[in-house]
Design a protein around this ligand. Sequence first.
Ligand code: AMP
Ligand code: ZN
Length: 108
Amino acid sequence: MNCVFCKIRDREISKDFLYEDKDVMVFPDINPLKPVHILVVPKIHMKDFLEFSDKNLFLKVKTAIDKVIKSQKLNNKGYRVSVNGGGAQIVDHLHFHITGPIERSMEV
Ligand code: AMP
Ligand code: ZN
């Protein structure tokens, strides 16, 4: 499978991880849209959010996202956790974007 995030997981593409365990990897987005732009990626290949049903893994991803928000000191600066899916995504391997700082706004 020609999946860039599977290749990162399998060390076919080298990447400095901010955090990694057996289920989750965390690394900076290669094309940051905000001063902080970090990806939290479950290691198992799921093509989009609707395939994500493992409750334990969900909690592990949530824990990793919490760590990113706190370690990047975004908790009081505004942050966004976002997932593109259903064809809006570029990489067909489920991942969560954490971006910030972000001003309060109705924009999405
Ligand atoms: P999307 O699938 O649209 O939610 O976003 C995919 C994201 O992956 C984009 O923000 C890309 O900049 C990012 N990306 C693609 N390749 C890499 C890579 N090798 N390392 C880090 N981030 C990447
Ligand atoms: Zn993959």
